[in-house]
Design a protein around this ligand. Sequence first.
Ligand code: F0G
Length: 363
Amino acid sequence: MGEGVLKRYARYLPLTPDTPALSIGEGETPLVRSHHLAGELGIDDLYFKLEGCNPTASFKDRGMVVAVAKALEGGYTTILCASTGNTSASAAAYGAAAGIETVVLVPRGNVAEGKLSQAVAYGARVITLRGNFDAALAIARELAEARSVCLVNSVNPHRIEGQKTAAFEIVDVLGDAPDLLFIPVGNAGNITAYWKGFREYRDVGNAARLPRMMGFQAEGAAPIVEGRAIEDPQTIASAIRIGNPANWAGALAARDESEGDIGMVSDAEILEAYKLMARTEGIFCEAASAASVAGLIKHVRGGADVTGRTIVCVITGNGLKDPGLVQEIADRAPEEAPANVEAVARLLGEPVSGTSGGGGKRS
Ligand code: F0G
């Protein structure tokens, strides 16, 4: 346990004897069975891949460890990325562990507080741009071409290589690929990587089948669904507020080759899934992550037959990244009471004295 992606999946990765053995414990994330949603939707086997359990609390660490190890191998002393937040947190962490400088470009006002705090804590140089993610990525790409900094966005193929290990883990646990994989789509690196991972595992005989890839974008930021770049993408799920995904072609290939789909879900549907995951599964995820669950709900409500199917939803990041968003689903404010048992008991509507208690227990 905790050996990291490079060591665990070395033979499937582009490593050489000179690639440093970098790790801060990424990978081996839980694949947990649904407690409630499966029954509600009539699904026999529904699992959540909890990528928020990675060291920086998002899926980005798998690809980042490979990208940064290869940057070290290539002699780079600075890594650079554009980000809606999670990539920057991950780059900053691995940059710190590798002992190199990290520069992150983020859109002003649209990065969750926890993610920015991470980049700052890990000591990255944070540059806030008066523009959106797509503008930041264009600038990062141009800078990396002209200078000796290593671009660690998912246009860097090493990111995809590391990221595909999430698909390996799902097959390692289930014994085969699921029938359907639901996944949020922003810059489309993740869906591209999962599809590559499932295919590679099938090709070496570790899986007998391939899943249908079901990607979901947010309605106001759904360039792939609409078939055109979106100038000013808008969604409450800031992580996937992207109008011109860099891995667009990879997402289309995953969709078409797997006979899957790329659809969109509204902010209201995303928030419903975000709340449902927390309230009925005990999984506090990011809004962007909830897009995969919202997509599944939409798929089933739309009449799809899911009986006998094994389904995995990729939960890309931890809800703690964006504590402010909880306001959107809070229907009970924290209550205040003086620090004595009578006052708290009164608040709970319990008898103040006596030890029969048991108000919170099932009889
Ligand atoms: N979920 C979360 C929590 C994300 O942070 C992202 C992307 C996605 C889903 C979509 O994944 O881009 O591979 O299609 N975040 C990037 C970032 C863009 O900068 O952190 P994708």
